[in-house]
Design a protein around this ligand. Structure first.
Ligand SMILES: [Zn+2]
Ligand SMILES: [Zn+2]
Length: 181
């Protein structure tokens, strides 16, 4: 599979029980749906952030056609936008997976950080996120050593690929509009 931005072949990284694809050029990530459901099914006592709601205000959610194509099936992806935040996600309407640009992944980490601050979570969690942000800020390679990456992938599974009533509505509405650009 190639990067939907720059066509560079994606590199596969193992993260615990699952595989994540990364573009070595732009450092975006492709989370394949089948891999994400493995993350969901894996029993993991360290599951900590599942009650974090990436889209807590469903009125702020909207969807539009993306400029990117699914690396798996080459159809135009949909872009989920969450008003008032930097969080956007590209999603294959046929459910193959989720693409995050490097900056988008960082935006999700920031949103998690905010959530954790407002929820008065443990110092451990805050430290873990700080570690993640530092790893991503650097120019080093993939951050498979960051243990909570798996949790972020699960979040994607639950909040994007799994049933989300408002997202499902938006996708149906978008699919009846014309994707050609
Ligand atoms: Zn790329
Ligand atoms: Zn696809």
């Amino acid at each position: 599979m190639n990067c939907p931005r720059d066509k560079t072949p994606l590199v596969t990284h193992p993260v615990h029980s699952i595989q994540v694809e990364e573009c070595p050029q732009c450092r975006g990530f492709w989370f394949e749906a089948a891999e994400l459901s493995k993350a969901k099914d894996a029993a993991d006592p360290d599951l900590r952030w599942l009650d974090f709601d990436l889209w807590s205000d469903s009125d702020a959610l909207s969807a539009e056609w993306s400029a990117r194509k699914c690396p798996q099936c080459e159809i135009t992806m949909m872009r989920i936008v969450y008003d008032g935040t930097e969080v956007t996600v590209d999603y294959c309407p046929d459910g193959h997976g989720i693409w995050l640009d490097k900056g988008e992944f960082e935006a999700i980490l920031s949103a998690l950080e905010t959530e954790i601050v407002t929820k008065d979570a443990s110092e451990y969690l805050a430290a873990s996120l700080k570690e993640a942000r530092e790893l991503f800020a650097g120019d080093e390679g993939f951050v498979s050593e960051w243990k909570d990456l798996l949790t972020v992938t699960r979040l994607m599974q639950y909040r994007v690929l799994a049933e989300h009533p408002k997202l499902a509505e938006l996708f149906v509405a978008l699919q009846t509009s014309n994707p050609l650009k």
